[in-house]
Design a protein around this ligand. Structure first.
Ligand code: ADP
Length: 669
């Protein structure tokens, strides 16, 4: 790959800027505990102030060091060494052995040059690598403190405005707009079929919302599922009952339920392996989406899910751990594990691997910091895009086919509120580039793409807001793995593994519209994602239930009663009060110490978008295919209906990304 204009843009958008303060005031406050990172930075700064006093002159020439906690936790902090000369930053060295390869490491590579060039440690976070970015700035601030300086004591040099680059025009076979999971799957597929591909990405690095996906990828009938013992009888029965009782008037759901019932009867007569079927996956997805989904798109998603796990494996990404997730009758979410056998966040795992695949291909060119704003149409066919480059120059890409993979619009809070006024004031978990620009381009007068379900916007029930007001998603997997939700009264209040819309609604009805996710040390030990939450300062901790209750600010007696009661519910596998049917086989939440994360619902996923068919062709307002225009991932609508199941976004982006790539290739011929 010829890398073009990658680099940390001085204008990279900080995640926080895309967010508003939570309307759920009680929840926007940080747990009493200071973040681990802040503590670390403060400690280093305090210790070094004394050293500074001894050294004498503030800002004297020399090299100063600071540390802060990033993704690697306290045992593997980010270290920054700043060399000052004549009151200016002359050199910056950053080490972060625990930061995520291909994500945090991008900030480690990019920040020294910017800090030196602008003579400041106050650089904007790279969207997608915010935790590492923040840790670097904290460590750099601590290093300056060692020199007796505050960040504002340095005379910052505004980056010299780069001379505007020339307008340019390139030719290719396929132009892919957006470098999230869907865009990369499409680009890799088309490139492997021998086509030349150009990717246009508006941000300084790819990843979009995909890199933030923590859960996993839903797939049915995989070899990894068969490694599990089947214990989800109640889950399957519950789904079949729901189909009968709530969706008797939905032909697609009724037909699927009849097929699944047959498969289920056969399995029960002679159980072999782990029970799941493509049809049960379809049924779960349809019920999860309240029957509003496009059944053909759902079928294509589910039929191709298992093959997608294999495709990812062929491209270097393995998802061997299978877990339970909200709205799935059985264990179906496929997750990566690290060298210690702990499950890890799927997006942070997949995105660098897909990026590597992109970079390894000579026939893919990537243009970062370049924002597409128009689809070029000729004789009713899509033949390229016009984009704005980093310096405001025009980049025209003439192509034989266009794939839109620009993601959703969950970071455009005005647009969110326009479609659903009830969501005013909510925080968002979305990446900065999720602005709905793909929808705008495709619905322009000369393209006339149709849209579906734009008002279907998912709020995720477990979003935590840090001290700076930044929202962070806490994966649904934490509940599938055994965590429970308790309210400010210290009590459970709902089936934790129900669908996102229902859990969110239940949470909003609690005091302050918040809840606490409670987990134990055993869960922490099994997941680097969960230890990451603690290291990032999102969780409070207690050696006993009472101690944890105090840290949470909930009544200790009630909380202890809840936890003791939960251990019994878990042992009996019967939740008479709230009807939870999925119980982790390992975690009964009795292993001290205990942890809790305060959460409230936040804007998470936009289910609606461009209307596509099962070949990822974009459909216009007359119901006809727009020749040469394909779309995949969150920019499209119809797959998820009124509510997306956890694990279906990653399945969607890879399945439909590949289909879009294949279809573009077939179209070109
Ligand atoms: P998905 O994988 O579902 O496509 P993501 O959010 O992961 O969704 O990826 C979408 C990507 O598209 C993001 O990296 C985002 O920055 C990028 N993007 C959005 N709008 C544009 C645009 N107008 N031009 C170029 N890239 C864009």
């Amino acid at each position: 790959m010829k890398k073009r204009n990658f680099g940390k843009s001085a204008t990279a958008v900080v995640l926080a800027s895309a967010m508003t303060a939570s309307a759920l005031a009680g929840c926007s406050s940080k747990p009493a505990e200071t973040t681990a990172a802040a503590t670390e930075a403060a400690t280093t700064a305090a210790a070094t102030e004394a050293a500074d006093a001894a050294k004498g002159e503030a800002g004297a020439d020399g090299t100063y060091e600071g540390t802060a906690v990033g993704q690697g936790g306290e045992s593997n902090p980010v270290k920054v060494a700043i060399t000052l000369k004549d009151g200016k930053i002359a050199d910056v060295k950053i080490e972060g052995p625990g930061e995520t390869d291909g994500i945090g490491t991008k900030a480690i590579e990019a920040f020294p040059a910017e800090m030196i060039e602008r003579n400041t440690v106050e650089v904007d976070a790279i969207s997608g690598a915010t935790i590492t970015s923040k840790a670097i700035v904290e460590a750099a601030t601590a290093a300056l403190a060692e020199a007796g300086l505050k960040p504002e004591d340095l005379e910052s040099v505004e980056a010299a405005a780069a001379a505007p680059a020339e307008d340019m025009s390139v030719e290719t076979d396929v132009v892919v707009v957006g470098m999230g999971g869907a865009g990369m799957a499409a680009a890799i597929t088309a490139a492997e079929a021998g086509k030349d591909v150009v990717i246009i990405e508006s941000q300084a690095m790819g990843g979009g919302n995909s890199v933030r996906a923590t859960g996993g990828l839903n797939a049915a009938k995989t070899a990894a599922q068969d490694e599990n013992e089947f214990g989800e009888t109640d889950g399957v029965n519950k789904t079949l009952t729901t189909a009968k009782e709530s969706y008797a008037d939905n032909a697609a759901i009724t037909e699927l339920a009849a097929t699944v019932q047959k498969q289920w009867d056969e399995y029960q007569a002679s159980p072999e392996g782990y029970f799941d079927s493509v049809e049960l996956f379809e049924l779960d997805t349809m019920i999860g989406g309240k029957g509003k989904n496009d059944i053909d798109l759902v079928k294509t998603l589910c039929e191709n899910s298992s093959g997608t796990v294999d495709w990812l494996k062929e491209h270097g990404a393995e998802l061997p751990s299978v877990g339970a997730f909200g709205g799935a009758s059985v264990k179906r979410i496929h997750r990566p594990v690290n060298a210690e056998g702990k499950t890890t966040a799927v997006g942070a795992y997949l995105v660098p691997i897909l990026t590597q695949n992109v970079e390894d291909k000579d026939n893919i060119d990537v243009y970062y910091n370049t924002t597409a704003n128009k689809i070029i149409m000729e004789d009713g066919k899509a033949v390229g895009v016009v984009a704005e480059g980093e310096t405001g120059n025009t980049v025209t890409v003439n192509a034989k086919a266009v794939v839109l993979a620009t993601g959703g619009f969950g970071a455009d809070l005005d647009r969110v509120v326009e479609y659903n006024p009830d969501l005013k004031g909510f925080v968002t978990t979305n990446a900065a580039g999720s602005l709905g620009q793909g929808i705008d381009m495709a619905t322009a007068d000369d393209v006339k793409a149709d849209t579906v379900d734009l008002d279907q916007i998912q709020i995720h029930p477990t979003v935590t807001v840090d001290a700076d007001g930044n929202a962070h998603l806490i994966t649904e997997g934490i509940r599938g793995d055994g965590a429970i939700l308790v309210n400010m009264e210290g009590k459970r209040f709902y089936d934790e593994v129900s669908t996102r819309d229902k859990v969110s609604a239940a949470e909003i009805a609690q005091t302050d519209g918040c809840a606490w996710i409670v987990l134990d040390q055993k869960m922490m030990d099994a997941s680097s994602v969960y230890t990451g939450y603690y290291n990032s300062g999102y969780a409070v901790k207690g050696e006993t239930y009472e101690e944890l209750a105090e840290a949470m600010g909930v009544p200790a007696d009630a909380f202890k009663e809840t936890m003791d009661g939960w251990a019994k519910i878990w042992a009996d596998k019967t939740d008479a009060e709230f009807g939870r049917t999925s119980f982790s086989s390992d975690n009964d939440l009795t292993t001290a110490p205990f942890y809790a994360i305060k959460v409230s619902p936040g804007i998470h996923h936009t289910m609606g978008g461009l209307k596509i068919d099962t070949a990822a062709e974009v459909i216009n307002t007359d119901g006809k295919v727009i020749p040469g225009l394909f779309a995949a991932g969150e920019v499209t609508g119809g797959v998820h209906g009124a509510n997306r199941l956890g694990g279906n976004a990653v399945a969607d982006i890879i399945v439909y990304g590949r289909i879009a790539g294949d279809s573009a290739v077939a179209y070109i011929g």
